[in-house]
Design a protein around this ligand. Structure first.
Ligand code: HEM
Length: 109
């Protein structure tokens, strides 16, 4: 049995595995070490559905709202802001942001 969490946070395959760096997927990465929907005959049946649903959700948010991130406090360095905003903690099933504050502003239609 393969541990998906163990694989996805393994420093042998991922540089700084706990850092939130989505751009790591823009270039070359080890596709054999990325296994969120499992593989083979018992792989996730909902994969395409959930990928399209996630894209649709993000596209609708960007279409309808402007995002304003956490303001830089004068005493904080950009690295401290990144650590505060991108910090994570373990939820019941997945990891999730510890304290990512955003303001959503509805776009004029
Ligand atoms: C981000 C969303 C999702 C992730 C990360 C995910 C991940 C997975 C994984 C890892 C498995 C294999 C579990 C195992 O080996 O025991 C699985 C199985 C499965 N998933 Fe998903 N899933 C997601 C969404 C969905 C959705 C939306 C549906 C249905 C609409 C779905 C339906 C299924 C089914 C039916 C199986 C069992 C396949 C089988 O055993 O033949 N999943 N999923």
């Amino acid at each position: 049995m393969l541990s998906i969490v163990g694989l996805h946070y393994n420093p042998k395959y991922w540089d700084k595995p706990h850092a939130f760096r989505p751009e790591r997927f823009l270039g070359e990465y080890n596709r054999d070490a990325f296994f969120p929907f499992a593989a083979g005959p018992r792989a996730c049946m909902g994969r395409r559905f959930s990928e399209i649903e996630a894209l649709t959700l993000l596209a609708n948010l960007v279409l309808n709202y402007k995002f304003s991130g956490t303001k830089l406090h004068t005493s904080e360095t950009p690295e401290q802001v990144a650590a505060r905003v991108l910090g994570w903690r373990m939820g019941p099933i997945t990891l999730h942001p510890a304290k990512a504050s955003f303001t959503f502003i509805k776009r004029e239609s």
